[in-house]
Design a protein around this ligand. Structure first.
Ligand SMILES: [Zn+2]
Ligand SMILES: [Zn+2]
Length: 91
């Protein structure tokens, strides 16, 4: 599949990424559409979400903000266990 990368904006091969994946959260992610469409380098490259904490955090924050437009922070914390918006960079 090709399309626009949500992170870098390039038009290329696009992969599906579960923003808050792992530990049984995939169903929750699907239900709340916490699925990003990003290019292969933003996904699995050296600065991609799976290899670079900062990129990962950037994406998680974006999706937390989107979630909080429709839900409360308490709901977010209950579903995903933490609040990414107040965490310091690089922790
Ligand atoms: Zn990209
Ligand atoms: Zn992924």
């Amino acid at each position: 599949m090709t399309g626009w990368c949500e992170l870098c904006g390039c038009f290329s091969a696009i992969e599906r990424h579960h923003v808050f994946g792992g530990r049984g959260r995939r169903q929750i992610a699907e239900k709340h559409k916490m699925v990003a469409y990003i290019c292969t380098s933003c996904h699995r490259g050296p600065n991609g979400v799976h290899n670079c904490r900062e990129t990962d955090l950037k994406l998680k924050r974006k999706y937390q903000q989107l979630f909080e437009q429709k839900h409360t922070r308490e709901e977010f914390m209950a579903l995903f266990g933490r609040n990414y918006l107040t965490e310091e960079e690089g922790i």
